[in-house]
Design a protein around this ligand. Structure first.
Ligand code: HEM
Length: 246
């Protein structure tokens, strides 16, 4: 048996502080799960007719595989968004490590990897300009690289590093949620500028919002989780919180 604690479980705290912190983490995880599932439903439903006319992303008419690529990205991305939150529930990790491993494999192999590769392709094809395209392309690279690092860490049985990389990875997955939130916020915030700055052209306003959202949807997530990982995982590994078969 190898005994390993996640940073979540290993954080040092007095009895009161520890209980408060655990409660806070449960609330955050609950909110993240609800937002992931709610956004997933809102994103996927319009595409279930598999009709290019329903696409919210503007398609390239000169690229016949643009829509199939987008659908591949969307369907596999849905697997990642659906399964990702489950991996952070302590009871599943502790009581059903096999389920954690199985869900993790599906999350990576049927979710992040195909969706990240297709996401990179749709980033190169985007009609929203090179700055937005670069934001999404870099997000795809980060998504794939963090998945690779998380997988490599678990193969060498470095569970602490695995957990940290997978937190970073899910921060990128969660960009699907924050993208829609930023987009709504940036459009709304700019509405008073529609006439004076954009001469009534909503497309120009939308384009500015979309370009900014392509970066804001993931850079703050990654910085936030980096801060969290660095301030919450310093306690020595050991204890009986999480038991993994050798
Ligand atoms: C986290 C890494 C992700 C990257 C790098 C990424 C990248 C992209 C890119 C480049 C586009 C095309 C934008 C355009 O042409 O204007 C796009 C659109 C889209 N993505 Fe992702 N995406 C990611 C995650 C996800 C996830 C997890 C889902 C889950 C459902 C998803 C669903 C969609 C959908 C539905 C669209 C079409 C636009 C829309 O309906 O809002 N993406 N994504």
């Amino acid at each position: 048996m190898t005994i390993e604690r996640s940073s979540e479980e290993a954080a040092p705290a007095g009895p009161k502080g520890g209980a408060r912190r655990r409660r806070r983490r449960r609330v955050v995880l609950g909110v993240v799960t609800v937002l992931s599932l709610g956004t997933l439903a809102a994103i996927v439903l319009p595409y279930l007719g598999f009709d290019p006319e329903d696409s919210k992303a503007r398609l390239r008419e000169d690229v016949p595989f643009h829509f199939p690529l987008l659908m591949t990205h969307l369907l596999t991305g849905s697997v990642a968004l659906l399964l990702g939150p489950l991996q952070f529930f302590g009871p599943i990790r502790r009581r059903a490590p096999r389920a954690h491993r199985l869900i993790g494999r599906v999350y990576l192999l049927a979710g992040v990897v195909p969706s990240g590769i297709a996401g990179f392709g749709v980033a190169l094809l985007t009609r929203e300009g090179p700055v937005a395209g670069a934001g999404f392309a870099l997000l795809s690279v980060f998504w794939l690289v963090s998945a690779g690092c998380g997988y490599a860490a678990v193969r060498r049985r470095d569970f602490r590093a695995h957990e940290r990389w997978m937190r970073r990875n899910f921060a990128a997955t969660f960009a699907a949620v924050t993208l829609r939130a930023w987009l709504g916020l940036l459009i709304f915030a700019q509405l008073p500028l529609l006439e004076p700055v954009y001469s009534g052209e909503f497309d120009a306003l939308f384009s500015v919002a979309y370009t900014a959202a392509a970066w804001l949807c993931w850079v703050p997530n990654v910085l936030l989780i980096e801060w969290w990982v660095r301030t919450n995982g310093r306690a020595p590994v050991g204890g009986k919180a999480a038991v993994r078969p050798a």
